[in-house]
Design a protein around this ligand. Structure first.
Ligand SMILES: Nc1ncnc2c1ncn2[C@@H]1O[C@H](COP(=O)(O)OP(=O)(O)OP(=O)(O)O)[C@@H](O)[C@H]1O
Length: 710
């Protein structure tokens, strides 16, 4: 008998990649088990420390979970030469930024690096998967045939239900290989949208990556048409900054500001999916919610004036009007001696404090110390040797306190605003030369409020109180603030956001063409000036990842009317998308029937369906859907494979997207707004929510701006 050794069949590249995936998963499991096995009983001196440490460990365990449907890596880079230590994971970052056991490790060969959502290392500390945010991962997003960044091969992986099923190679230094658009990228973009927003970490585009990775010190403003990835970029930028500056941002905090609850709900999964659990999310109203209980609504005229930056000066003047020049001196009695500071000297002290760039409250606290200092000088001149304790005692002396109370009284910010809005004379005094008589009338309450508690504060009032509070006491600043849908803020709202980032930086995201508030910003320069970030770099994104070509071309007809000068979005989707404008002749009933039929048809496709309509028409449409047996959700409720239809009032459509959109009666969307430009902008937002198809149903004539260019 003779035995022949079986000739080993060499595994296919796909098998090898699968093997790397399997061992990376095993390594991740081991990392998790290591953390789970940590015994902290020896290292924690007390129960508070123990609780803090336990929480950190729990979070780490959560972060190390291997999610079946989230690929552990999505790309691979083969370098021509070993990247230097300066490029190794975390190397360029501050200490503790992304500390891992492999930090700074230099690889001896050019080496392959697998790029994923998080770092995974083996038992020896060698990296199995590199975090997408590490410098060594950057060429995955930026390298091109023109600038290969020392990368010989870029490989993208395709997954089906958690299984690695495909890969796609680019040999960046091979002159014979033709550059092609990635099929995997196309598939990712075309994927049906159900559920909350997903991360785009596997397919961030070069121009997006530049924004994502720009430094923490600088502020960035991104102008981009619908679906150009502004929100996605902003969220990935937060994840990047947290990685690169973890310690600093853990101390100072990071916040994402969005337009409303449904929007925040829609985006809330992205950062946790990227392993970041500690980022705050809020609306602008939330920021100032602690200032007043908002129960009232302003008419548009009042809101416009209250949101105007001139109000900041009115408030400043009104606050400073509380400072009264001393009419007489002060006498401080200590033991058998009396020390007198003349009124002119007090006045000098007050004037000096007024001239300084100090908060009202800080100056108020400094005043008794200054008076005490003047007393101390007198004492020294008289041969005494008073120390600091004497100065403190004098500052707390009843006579000094009385002077401070009379000259620089404590002011409650809400009471200050209450008085401005209730007392015509007080307002006129401080708004003189700033607000016209009509403007003053517009902000005055018809029925003055009795007290801060009973006042029917509006959202704009809460911002005014916030401004006043900041004039009195500095608002603490965060490390980084992302402001999404930024075009819609009033100047006073920008100021409220800006004062929360005075020592930090901001990422401002928006689209001038989608501004739908009466105060929406005319330009980014204006907005940035109000935010106190005039030096921010303004970037423009024009490649569209959401809206199909035919739909964006139709919607862009509105651009010359709503934001002349802006570059129309160029869709990168290969699928031209389904697009249809249907006229439903007859009356209201026919249009409603047409809308219901269009929804039913849209539901035959895979993915989410949004029915967008003028707010005033939503109730009737909701009833019609119910009668037709079509269950529907409200925006903010998560779409699932079982519940895919959402009825979206046009006022809440901003920032959201659906695979198929049925748009009811465009003219009604326009008419729902106080002026035509705002109406057309609202329509532009509504027309640009669709990923795969849009059906417009109308009975009334279409707005001329849509028809004109046809
Ligand atoms: N590089 C990318 N790869 C894949 N998908 C992307 C990419 N960039 C953006 N997208 C997708 O395109 C869609 C639109 O992105 P996003 O909502 O961030 O755009 P936006 O500019 O904020 O839009 P809007 O102005 O309407 O609020 C999202 O589904 C997002 O995941």
């Amino acid at each position: 008998m003779c035995f022949r050794e079986a000739v080993p069949v060499s595994p296919s590249p796909l098998d090898r990649e699968r093997a790397h995936l399997a061992s990376s998963r095993a390594a991740l499991r081991a990392m998790r088990e290591d953390v789970q096995a940590l015994d902290i009983s020896d290292v924690t001196a007390n129960w508070v420390n123990a609780a803090v440490l336990e929480r950190q460990i729990d979070e780490r365990i959560k972060a190390l979970a291997d999610l079946a449907h989230t690929p552990l890596f999505f790309g691979r880079l083969d370098y021509l030469h070993a990247p230097g230590a300066e490029q190794a994971e975390g190397a360029e970052f501050e200490e503790g930024g992304a500390a891992t056991s492999s930090q700074g490790r230099r690889r001896e060969t050019g080496g392959s690096f697998y790029i994923g959502r998080r770092h995974v290392h083996d038992a020896d500390g060698d990296p199995m998967v590199i975090d997408w945010r590490a410098p060594v991962s950057q060429p995955f997003y930026r390298a091109s045939k023109k600038a290969p960044m020392d990368v010989a091969l870029r490989r993208r992986f395709g997954y089906t239900g958690g299984e690695l099923t495909a890969y796609e190679d680019e040999h960046l230094t091979d002159p014979d290989e033709v550059e092609q658009t990635s099929k995997l990228l196309q598939q990712e973009i075309e994927r049906p949208r159900v559920g909350p927003m997903r991360d785009i970490v596997a397919t961030i585009q070069p121009e997006q990556d530049e924004i994502v990775r720009s430094g923490l010190a600088g502020s960035v403003c991104v102008q981009g048409g619908p679906g150009t990835g502004k929100t996605a970029v902003g969220l990935h930028r937060v994840a990047y900054l947290l990685y690169a500056h973890r310690e600093r941002l853990a101390r100072t905090g990071t916040l994402v500001i969005g337009p409303n609850r449904s929007f925040l709900h829609y985006i809330e999964q992205v950062l946790p999916a990227l392993g970041e659990l500690e980022v705050g999310q809020a609306t602008v109203d939330d920021l100032v919610a602690g200032r007043a209980q908002v129960r009232g609504v302003d008419d548009p005229g009042a809101a416009l004036v209250k949101g105007d930056a001139r109000m900041a000066e009115v408030l400043r003047r009104a606050l400073r009007s509380h400072i009264a020049m001393p009419s007489e001196g002060v006498v401080v009695v200590r033991g058998s001696r009396r020390w007198r500071i003349a009124s002119y000297e007090l006045e000098e002290i007050v004037r000096e404090l007024m001239a300084r760039d100090m908060r009202y409250g800080a100056a108020r606290e400094a005043l008794p110390q200054r008076i005490a200092h003047a007393v101390l000088v007198r004492m020294e001149r008289a041969g005494e040797a008073p120390d600091d304790r004497v100065q403190d005692a004098v500052a707390r002396n009843a006579a000094v306190k009385a002077v401070v109370k009379a000259v620089w009284p404590a002011v409650d910010p809400a009471k200050l605003v209450l008085r401005l809005l209730s007392d015509a004379q007080f307002l006129a005094e401080h708004a003189a030369g700033l607000l016209s008589e009509d403007e003053q009338k517009a902000v005055l309450w018809a029925k003055p409020a009795r007290s801060v508690k009973s006042a029917k504060w509006s959202a704009a009032d809460a911002v005014l109180i916030d401004e006043a509070a900041d004039l009195i006491e500095r608002t603490p600043s965060l490390g980084h603030v992302v402001l999404d849908e930024a075009q819609d803020l009033s100047p006073m709202q920008y100021r409220a956001v800006g004062r929360r980032a005075t020592t930090g930086s901001v990422t401002v995201l928006g689209d001038i063409a989608q501004g739908t508030t009466p105060w929406s910003t005319p330009s980014w320069d204006v907005a940035l000036a109000h935010l106190g970030k005039a030096d921010a770099v303004v970037e423009e994104l024009t490649a569209g990842f959401r809206v199909p070509t035919d739909v964006i071309t139709y919607a862009s007809r509105l651009l010359p009317h709503i934001a002349p000068g802006l570059t129309p979005v160029a869709s990168v989707r290969e699928n031209p998308g389904a697009f249809e404008v249907r006229e439903a002749p007859g009356g209201v009933a026919e249009v409603v029937a047409g809308v219901v039929a269009a929804c039913r048809e849209a539901l035959e496709n895979e993915g989410s369906v949004g029915l967008i309509a003028a707010d005033a028409r939503c109730a009737a449409l909701g009833e019609a859907l119910e009668r037709a047996g079509l269950a529907f959700l409200a925006p903010g409720e998560e779409t699932t494979t079982g519940a895919r239809l959402t009825l979206v009032p046009a006022s809440l459509a901003k920032g959201l997207e659906y695979d198929y959109v049925v748009l009811d009666e465009p003219a009604a969307v326009v008419d729902g707004e106080p002026d035509e430009r705002t109406g057309l902008r609202r329509l532009y937002v509504a027309l640009t929510r669709a990923v795969s198809g849009l059906v417009v149903v109308h009975g009334a004539g279409l707005p001329a701006a849509l028809v004109d260019a046809a």
